[in-house]
Write a protein that binds this ligand. Structure first.
Ligand code: GAP
Length: 517
């Protein structure tokens, strides 16, 4: 566990050192849970967005995109339920004056019991070697059984308070914190306030005059921008059910516990698609979208074992099925994407609050109805983090040295080809520039002439550049270069004229998309 935490810390500093992610307003010491993407980060992020957008809009004839405004009419959020129910339970420690999410404190306590069990298992594994039988050990070891019982009791109590009739039982939650003797990590005391609900939406005012200004919200999800445009798109696009509307855009949540770098941010980006369907077909479409989205993730080649579905036991009142796609991050399996069967809740609510008829006339059934919706919702930043975590490697080389390399999927890498002149003379820089001038229209190229070739390779490995080309004396004679592969570090001599053909297919988003069909 500690080792994984170290790896994660290294990934965070690597992101800063190599221009992927910076703390926001860094010169003012940052702003909590807000981050900026640097020169390499923005390229990787754009490639992720392209991969998603094209898989939705190019590969599906019945999915179109929109780009709705961040500011929306305030009634939107009343209708969607966010004004009344988009809350987290929070608790303050009176001594440290620090604020926590009460549910997270309890989840961390459960994780402590799980850790204790895991430590016993690891110890026994080492002691007994190949003959170790984990199932038997779990069923008989006294310390494991004791911690398992504590975990099960806590889990049961937690589920009960979270699912209480009429919403979360806040008093029950505080009682758990007291009974479990959970202390504030800063002050070390148990001097807790009551648990209160805290709305996660940021608000601001629109309009100049104080009296005339109205309170509006920064959208906490992009989905509502799609719902309120359902009629516009259906009518102007003459869309027939089933059809989808996709959108990529910023969302804002005033997260109480903002941790784990870009995993939980206050300003983040979502890629959401609402798929409008006939009522009664939703469970089939839900299963289909689960499969489609999992395929999209696994297509990146990170190994099927690093993904899992987490089907929700407890559903929001408007949903009749929901699942998360979780990815194996250094801090455990974590949600990257949610897939939800949202019934006709959102469209019906907007119809009710706007007074507009929001329906679909089905020519085959000769009747009008409110479509049902399957939603796929993925965070760009979480996707970015999962890719960085999986790609980062500190590799021991045969000569005893270590190199840090990002094994990014070539189609997502910020720079696809780096071109180096071996020396800064004899026309080599000019030849290198010539190659770049020719290839820059097809993919992202970078020119580097500083330092020895070995150092230049390392810098390119660290940003995940899949190919490097060196221009040397021989190039000037026969128009060939050495082409070096990031992952194998193998070098081969190729003709400059062949470079585009060798590289382009491997680094294009199209190469990824083709595997999805
Ligand atoms: N419209 C449905 C919706 O917003 P969600 O599960 O709240 O559902 C969807 O969010 C996805 O958005 C999550 O799976 C996650 O990838 C991303 N996300 C949510 N909150 C986030 C945050 N604070 N920071 C970064 N990403 C976040």
């Amino acid at each position: 566990m500690a080792q994984q935490e170290d790896v994660f810390k290294k990934i965070v500093s690597h992101c800063k050192e190599y221009g992927f992610v910076f703390p926001s307003s860094d010169i003012y010491d940052g702003l909590g849970a807000v981050y900026d993407y640097g020169q390499n980060g923005v390229e990787l992020k754009n490639n992720i967005k392209q991969y998603w957008w094209q898989s939705m809009v190019l590969l599906h004839e019945n999915i179109v995109g929109i780009d709705a405004a961040i500011f929306m009419h305030p009634t939107t959020w009343k209708a969607s339920g966010h004004v009344d129910a988009f809350n987290d339970p929070l608790i303050d420690n009176r001594d440290s004056k620090k604020r926590y999410r009460a549910d997270v404190l309890i989840e961390e306590q459960m994780a402590k019991y799980e850790d204790k069990i895991q430590k016993e298992i690891e110890k026994a594994k080492k002691k007994f070697g190949d003959s170790f039988d984990e199932a038997q050990f779990r069923a008989t070891n006294a310390r494991v059984l004791e911690n398992q019982e504590k975990y099960d009791n806590l889990h049961h109590r937690f589920q009960t308070v979270m699912n209480a009739e009429g919403g979360i039982d806040l008093d029950g939650m505080k009682q758990i914190i007291l009974d479990e003797e959970i202390v504030c990590p800063i002050s070390g005391t148990r001097n807790w306030t009551d648990v209160r609900q805290f709305n996660l939406m940021f608000s601001t005012e629109m309009g100049a005059a104080a009296e005339g200004a109205s309170k509006i919200y920064l959208r906490p999800e992009t989905a509502q921008g799609i719902f309120v445009n359902y009629l516009n798109v259906q009518k102007t696009g003459r869309m027939k059910l089933p059809f989808g509307i996709a959108q990529i855009g910023k969302a804002f949540r005033n997260e109480i516990v903002a941790r784990q770098f870009i995993f939980r941010m206050r300003e983040f980006e979502q890629m959401e698609m609402q798929f409008f369907i006939q009522p009664g077909t939703e469970l089939d479409w839900f299963a289909k979208w689960k499969e489609t989205r999992m395929k999209w993730h696994q297509n990146l080649g990170f190994g099927a074992e690093n993904y899992r579905f987490h089907d929700h036991d407890k559903l929001a009142h408007y949903a009749n099925a929901a699942t998360d796609i979780e990815f194996h991050m250094p801090f455990g399996f974590k949600e990257v994407e949610g897939i939800h069967s949202r019934t006709n809740f959102d469209l019906s609510q907007h119809a009710k609050y706007s007074g507009k008829k929001i329906e679909y006339f089905d020519p085959e059934r000769n009747e009008s109805y409110t479509p049902y919706v399957i939603e796929t919702s993925i965070g760009v930043d979480r996707m970015f983090l999962s890719i960085m975590c999986h790609s980062y490697e500190e590799q021991k080389l045969a000569d005893g040295q270590t190199r840090t390399v990002l094994h990014l999927p070539a189609a997502l890498a910020p720079v696809k080809l780096a071109v180096f002149p071996l020396t800064k003379k004899d026309g080599m820089p000019e030849k290198a520039q010539e190659i770049i001038n020719d290839l820059r229209f097809h993919f992202n190229c970078k020119y580097e002439e500083k330092d020895q070739i070995g150092k230049r390779y390392r810098r390119m490995d660290a940003i995940g550049c899949p190919f490097c080309v060196t221009v040397d004396q021989q190039t000037l004679e026969d128009n060939t270069v050495t082409l070096r592969d990031r992952d194998t570090m193998e070098q081969r001599r190729v003709a400059i004229a062949d470079l585009r053909g060798i590289i382009e297919d491997k680094v294009s988003i199209t190469s990824l998309l083709k595997n999805l069909l």
